[in-house]
Design a protein around this ligand. Structure first.
Ligand code: ARG
Length: 457
């Protein structure tokens, strides 16, 4: 099979280079985008009288036939099919003959591939949205069902203050909501059409780019062919978006892995989302969550690979750009499998409220004592210092803050009244924090309500 660009060459391409040069092994998945772009382009060529109505009909029917072959899995690749664009054009000419050769008039694979990548990504964004929402929905549902559960909140992985389990869980909803926002925002920049930029300098035949963009569903056309043909900012943004999302998912997984340990026992993963050990019969491992955590290296790596490839590229198209695809496709594939798995892990998770309650240590209430002194008019810093002394006395006596007597408190500071034990209550500590965004039940209910509204559209 002759090469698309074979005319000026005397010798055949080295076999290994042919293999090295080929992208068909991974870019074939853009077949629908490529055909969609070509159909629209054929119509654009007709409007400027490069193609007759009959020629367009032949090309469009031929392209639809090729599409059917791909959809049915019957498309036969040849070793000479360098990439998806070449493969489709080769098959089109087999089906409709010489007129197929008119389709590429004024177009280059450079603006074609940039257009295909954008169209392909635009087709995947709604899928990502749905999967992301699935995880968010699982979070909100769990948070709502277990609204009464109290757990220790940690900073530095040390017990800090009591919080609602739902407050902890909902914190991840909001991280993911920012990811949803970022995805919406970057979609605008994916939706810019480079077609008409040709190889680098622009289309020679006066095609109506605005009409072409509207036909293909792009929001706008690009402003400068030299910029837009090699522009892969939209890939970089998507990979950053994914890397940050993945970082959030990894942190959620890490928390859950810790909470699922025998030592914590706050949660238990469903059997369907755990795996066993080949040697230790007692083991039930959180492999699902470990893989989510582990995939982070891969997704961050894909971002770094792309940015490193882009850095230092001379103006306009260079073949380095073919290396944009695998990082993007790998990231999309990873997320499209991982997000539904994670949604399943969360929705089947068992919550052990008893284990969380027994992990509520008195020192989680130390801040309540400092706040008590503040309400007596004492500056917080001074109150903090005095409560530090209370904590030390409790340590010396090897007892909890609630076990110290009124006399013990009085001895440390006369500002402690007879009612000091009233503030040493986990539920009270939680309900005190009823500021918007706080852990009080009412405030968490507001979060959940707001979250459900966001999920509704
Ligand atoms: N497979 C190529 C890529 O992915 C298509 C563009 C080829 N352009 C060229 N001038 N060789 O970038």
């Amino acid at each position: 099979m002759a090469k698309l660009w074979g005319g000026r060459f005397e010798k055949a391409t080295d076999k290994l280079l042919e293999q090295f040069n080929a992208s068909i092994g991974f870019d074939w998945r853009m077949y629908a985008a490529d055909i969609k772009g070509s159909i629209a382009y054929a119509h654009a060529l007709e409007k400027v009288n490069i193609l007759t109505v009959d020629e367009v009909t032949a090309i469009v029917n031929g392209l639809n036939a090729v599409l059917e072959e791909f959809d049915a899995g019957t498309f036969a690749f040849l070793p000479s099919d360098e990439d998806i664009h070449t493969a489709i054009e080769r098959r089109l000419s087999e089906l409709i003959g010489e007129v197929a050769g008119k389709l590429h008039t004024g177009r280059s694979r450079n603006d074609q591939v940039a257009t295909d990548m954008r169209l392909y990504l635009l087709s995947q964004i709604p899928v990502l949205h749905e999967h992301l929402k699935g995880v968010q929905r699982a979070i909100v549902d769990k948070a709502e069902v277990h609204l009464d559960v109290i757990m220790p909140g940690y900073t530095h992985m040390q017990p800090a203050q009591p919080i609602l389990f739902s407050h902890w869980l909902m914190s991840f909803f909001w991280m993911l909501q920012r990811d949803v926002d970022r995805l919406n925002d970057l979609t605008r920049r994916v939706s810019v059409m480079p077609l008409g930029g040709a190889a680098l300098a622009g289309n020679t035949f006066g095609i109506d780019r605005a009409a072409l963009a509207a036909d293909l569903g792009f929001l706008q056309t690009s402003e400068n062919s030299l910029d837009s043909v090699p522009d892969r900012d939209f890939v970089a943004e998507t990979l950053f978006w994914a890397a940050l999302l993945q970082t959030h998912l990894s942190r959620l997984s890490e928390d859950l892995i810790i909470y699922a340990t025998a030592e914590f026992g706050f949660v238990e993963l469903d059997d369907a989302y755990s795996t066993g050990s080949s040697i230790m019969p007692q083991k039930k491992n959180p492999d699902s969550l470990e893989l989510v955590r582990g995939k982070t290296g891969r997704l961050v790596g894909n971002l770094v690979a792309l940015l490193t490839m882009l850095k230092g590229l001379p103006s306009s198209y260079d073949k380095d750009l073919q290396e944009d695809k695998e990082p993007l496709f790998d990231t999309l594939d990873t997320l499209e499998l991982e997000l539904p798995v994670l949604a399943g892990v969360i929705s089947t998770l068992r919550i052990n409220a008893g284990r969380m309650a027994s992990a509520l240590r008195d020192d989680l209430l130390a801040t309540e004592l400092a706040d008590y002194l503040v309400r007596q008019g004492m500056p917080f810093r001074q109150g903090h210092h005095i409560v530090g002394q209370v904590v030390r006395v409790a340590l010396e006596k090897n007892c909890g803050l609630r076990d110290l007597s009124i006399a013990d408190y009085h001895a440390i500071s006369p500002h402690f009244g007879d009612d000091v034990h009233d503030v040493l209550d986990f539920r009270r500590a939680i309900e005190q924090r009823d500021v918007p965004g706080g852990t009080a039940t009412k405030a968490v209910q507001v979060q959940i309500k707001r979250a459900k509204e966001l999920l509704a559209f």
